[in-house]
Design a protein around this ligand. Structure first.
Ligand code: BGP
Length: 477
């Protein structure tokens, strides 16, 4: 088998998000965030994709994110396992609501700040660098209710206060930052990314793009503050990237795929990396009657504060044609598109396409010429614990091996790749289903969809394999 040469100092690790793992949803004065008020199961996907959802907690309902996997209390045990895997970095997010429970306070919550101090110190004890997402689907519910989420320009100021507080506090502890998780996903899941209390069909245009303008300002502000406070740090954007293939060589379909890619894959990173609104979006704005409210100085702020690197998630590719027949659509494929006859799919209908990762790396690097960081990738699967207690997740090893091979090839293509943090390195609550049974981890957590389980951690077969991958810097796959 061919072996690959990964750069010296390559950032191998794993990725998580506060709302999907911490639990302790009311501990340490934490306020409620969006994920805290979402149920699990089929209901969740409906909510994410349907207009009109109101954020309230219903008594007696089970909310999986409330307890997560209890990282809030078990972080020492988990970090020891990450250290055993040999992680160089650990991607996590800070829950905004631990620092500013309602989002609007003038002073940060000391208990929240102290929790992340403990986590960062524990990581450093093992020489693991944290990679911190500032906002990962964790907007305070209060800002959603009172301000309509990112529709309101006022939220930029609350966010700035939050960013000030964490950059200041952790300036000696965190070298790698990212602003908004999968910023472009708001085009698919406005509730998670943009914090819309109500999302009517008409909101797809004017309010959505106005909210994006506010997020771009907030992101640029974070970059600016980061450069001032921690000049040696690197701060990136984070996008959900899925290369868009045309279903066939019909030029109309090819053009359609290109337009979909411009809007979904590139619009946000064009602004955050190139520092200006792209030319193609002007026509889109005109056709959908979108007129952004842009204040003096906004465009300059965006221009002067572009990101250092692109963090992105890669799970699947997408195949598009203009006229889609219902029988051509994939089951549960959250990004839409039609089934690609050349690809297999996961149990959740996400196409499995390692070559697509090499394509993505080439496309992104050609376009932007800034370092890339794969901060999410992996296979969601139902794992079985055997009678002898082992978990033989060969399918996950195959998936990851093929994707790491694609990374090796892309590096030979000339792509500058900083690191790789597979998603859900420890099993956690799924974002789209709100369930535990869609697992990604090297570490199994005994926790089930109905909330039962001991929360005990167990190493899967992939644990041993990934440890060896890191130890050999990607040579032994
Ligand atoms: C990304 C999100 C993560 C994560 C992952 C897997 O979109 O950034 O939060 O959950 O997808 O998705 P899921 O949990 O739905 O399988």
């Amino acid at each position: 088998m061919k072996t690959y040469q990964f750069p010296k100092g390559f950032l191998w690790g794993g990725a998580t998000a506060a709302n999907q793992m911490e639990g302790g949803f009311k501990e340490g004065n934490k306020g409620l965030n969006i994920a805290d008020v979402l149920p699990g199961g089929k209901e969740r996907l409906n909510i994410l994709q349907t207009p009109g959802f109101k954020f309230e907690i219903e008594d007696g309902k089970f909310y999986p994110n409330h307890e997560g996997i209890d990282f809030y209390h078990k972080y020492k045990e988990d970090i020891a396992l990450f250290a055993e895997l040999g992680f160089k970095v650990f991607r996590m997010s800070i829950a905004w609501t631990r620092i500013f429970p309602e989002g609007t306070e003038l002073e940060p919550n000391e208990e929240g700040l102290a929790f992340y101090d403990r986590v960062f110190d524990e990581l450093h004890r093992y020489g693991i660098e944290p990679v911190v997402t500032i906002s990962h689907y964790e907007m305070p519910v209060n800002l959603v209710r009172e301000f309509g989420g990112w529709r309101s320009r006022e939220v930029v100021h609350f966010f700035e206060r939050y960013v000030q507080a964490i950059l200041h506090r952790y300036k000696t502890k965190v070298k790698y930052w990212m602003t908004f998780n999968e910023i472009n996903s708001g085009l698919e899941f406005p509730i998670m990314g943009l914090g819309f209390a109500i999302h009517e069909e008409a909101d797809k245009y004017q309010p959505t793009f106005q909210a994006y303008h506010h997020q771009f300002l907030a992101s640029s502000m974070a970059v600016k503050l980061c450069r001032e406070l921690i000049p040696e740090a690197k701060i990136g954007c984070m996008i959900l990237y899925a290369p868009v293939y045309s279903y066939d060589s019909n030029p109309d379909n090819v053009l359609y795929a290109l337009k979909e890619a411009q809007l979904f894959n590139y619009f946000c990173s064009d602004v955050q990396v190139r520092g200006e609104y792209p030319s193609y979006i002007k026509r889109y704005f005109k056709e959908h009657n979108i007129q952004l409210d842009i204040h003096e100085g906004d465009l300059q702020l965006i221009k002067e504060n572009t990101v250092d690197y692109i963090g992105f998630s890669y799970y699947m590719s997408r195949t598009e044609k203009i006229e889609k027949k219902p029988e051509e659509m994939g089951q549960g494929n959250i990004l839409g598109g039609v089934v690609n006859p050349f690809l297999q799919a996961s149990d959740w209908g996400w196409s499995i396409d390692p070559v697509g990762l090499r394509i993505s790396l080439n496309e992104l690097y050609d376009r932007y010429r800034v370092p890339l960081f794969i901060v999410e990738n992996g296979l969601g699967a139902k794992d079985k614990v055997e009678e002898d207690g082992t978990i033989n997740d060969e399918y996950r090893i195959d998936y990851l091996r093929n994707h790491i091979t694609a990374m090796g090839e892309a590096i030979e293509d000339g792509v500058e790749l900083m690191g790789y943090t597979p998603w859900g390195c420890i099993d956690l609550v799924s974002m789209s289903t709100g369930e535990m049974s869609k697992r990604y981890g090297f570490i199994y957590v005994d926790r089930h969809d109905d909330g039962s389980g001991t929360l005990q951690r167990k190493k899967k077969k992939s644990f041993v394999w990934y440890k060896e991958v890191i130890e050999s810097n990607g040579r032994n796959l």
